[in-house]
Design a binder for this molecule. Structure first.
Ligand code: E4P
Length: 216
């Protein structure tokens, strides 16, 4: 499973990239607002930190507007992935970008039917939002299971990019289902490493090593 970080914070991205475990970055207009930086400048900086796909979202609602914005964003770097919303206009724009060899992430997916359409439109990535479904009393992980099943049935090349991830369980369960990518806040990605028995075991090993009086 590939790991993307869901942030527009350059320091966070650099920190994670240094681990060698980061495969890409996703942003959205809310994350750009949080960063308080110029959108295109931030995307350019992120693309300089990682070779992996970097999602930059269009904000136009119509096909022509999405195409104009997306083509402009795609000029920033070759790893820019244009993020379009799951609407008919967004799907039309998705097909347009894919025909031009530009990667596309279709975002705001909340149903298997929507994911099927995105795959038919040639999306590079589909972003089902698990956390937001859980938030309204639905089951986000069931959506991942359904999408993975449908995509496997037809050998679609679209990658399932699990989004709106709130905790390590979302990532582990999605990995068990065969989802290709998870995008999560840095805090959630870092939480994957935690286990109290690792901490306790390390403490004991270090204590016992010190008691040997040896040095390495
Ligand atoms: C995905 O690309 C989105 O930016 C993101 O995962 C949304 O997550 P949220 O529901 O925590 O805002």
């Amino acid at each position: 499973m590939k790991f993307f970080v869901d942030t527009a914070d350059i320091a966070e991205i650099k920190d994670l990239a240094a681990t060698g475990l980061l495969d890409g970055v996703t942003t959205n207009p809310s994350l750009i607002k949080k960063a308080g930086r110029d959108f295109k400048e931030v995307i350019a900086e992120i693309c300089a930190v990682t070779d992996g796909p970097v999602s930059a979202e269009v904000v136009a609602m119509d096909f022509d507007g999405m195409v104009a914005q997306g083509e402009d964003l795609a000029k920033i770097a070759k790893n820019v992935t244009i993020k379009v919303p799951l609407t008919i206009e967004g799907l039309k724009a998705c097909r347009h970008f894919r025909n031009k060899g530009i990667m596309v992430n279709v975002t705001l997916c909340f149903s298997p039917a929507q994911a099927l359409l995105a795959a038919k439109a040639g999306a590079s990535f589909i972003s089902p939002f698990v956390g937001r479904l859980d938030d309204v009393g639905s089951d986000g992980l069931t959506l991942i299971h359904d999408i993975v099943t449908i995509y496997n049935n037809y050998d679609f090349e679209t990658e399932v990019l699990v989004a709106s991830v709130r905790n390590p369980i979302h990532i582990v369960e999605s990995a068990k289902m065969g989802a290709h990518v998870a995008t999560a806040p840095a805090s959630v990605l870092k939480a994957l490493v935690n286990h109290p028995l690792t901490d306790r075991g390390l403490e004991t090993f270090l204590k016992d090593w010190a008691a040997t009086g040896q040095k390495l």
